[in-house]
Design a protein around this ligand. Sequence first.
Ligand SMILES: *Cc1c(COP(=O)(O)O)cnc(C)c1O
Length: 395
Amino acid sequence: MSNIHDLKYLQDNIQDLKDQGVYRQLPVLEGENGAEIILNGKSVINLSSNNYLGFANHPKLKEAAVKAVEKYGVGAGAVRTIVGNMDIHEELEVLLAEFKREEAAMVFQSGFNCNAGVIQAITGKGDLIISDELNHASIIDGVKLSKADKAIFKHSDMADLRRVLEEKRKDYNNVLIITDGVFSMDGDLAKLPEIVELAEEFEALTYVDDAHGSGVLGECGRGTVDHFGLHGRVDFCIGTLSKGIGVIGGYCAGKQVMKEWLSHRGRPILFSTALPPAAVMPIMEALKLLMSTSEYTDRLWSNAKFFKEKLGKLGFNTGESETPITPVIIGDEAKSMEFSRKLLENGVYVSAIVFPTVPKGTGRVRCMVTAGHSEEQLSKAVDVFEKVGKEMGII
Ligand SMILES: *Cc1c(COP(=O)(O)O)cnc(C)c1O
């Protein structure tokens, strides 16, 4: 007789994953998440992190974290509305607003919980949310938490967005259009200028989640809204502090009144402990570094260009990316996984991304080139791609 505590239903689910060939172990990293890492005990070139600027292991950020611990301790000790709101949280938000060229910014504990908290706070019954079909999982979950009605438009399809607006706008109070700024699987940009035009034509609000644009696009990494020169026309500018910025956290930048509202109705602000000091101070250091020089973003883009061109010349299909995200599209799911496995055997770590994360038949490995890579490391990675690609008949 099986015991209820054996969790047989989960064991069955796991067996299903194994039968489908999609069960996996978590890779284990020893040490920093840099350009070269120790993975499962072996030194490899890392083309899988979101550490775009090398800030996750930057000496100045590490120093800031140590100082923060010495002065403020390791935890904020409470939610911000009780007694967890330290002077450094306030300072960070002033700096972020300056960086984003917006009136104000509200910081969250992660990009994920920012979406989970903000969307439900700024929409309600009688409103409509219109969301790009490829939006990030945290947006999908955030939308589920809202009492507003929902509609989806085809990925970056402006005719379809117009169709939804024409059909539905009149039936609702507020309409909120939500899109990723950069789509992380293909590296394509949202058609923000068109989205903003349509939103203004139909008196809708706009919400851009720029997780992969922050620290990457725009002047010194200010993001997609800055890249397109749309300041003041995107109402809710979401970003993460966990990717390009290298630490942890999320934020919503925009109007002061947005911030005031979120400090009353943003549930992660009210019910989850504030960011720890050792996160807050290195984030500030990162923002100051970014605003003082374009060195980091320049190196990111030149590294990405170098790598993309080399792979393209070898005959790999690198898709339609407009950002440093470099997909190498293989097609077949099992072949994509095998390609990733063989690259790793040869000293290059690039994770495979397959259905259901991307559509069936578009399996790929996704290369994340960073400012932290040396040309030598990237050249070495290209050589490995060539060797394995030829062995497997991909090129
Ligand atoms: C990564 C990502 C998030 C989550 O950010 P975290 O800070 O890692 O929680 C949210 N939205 C998008 C579009 C992302 O790519």
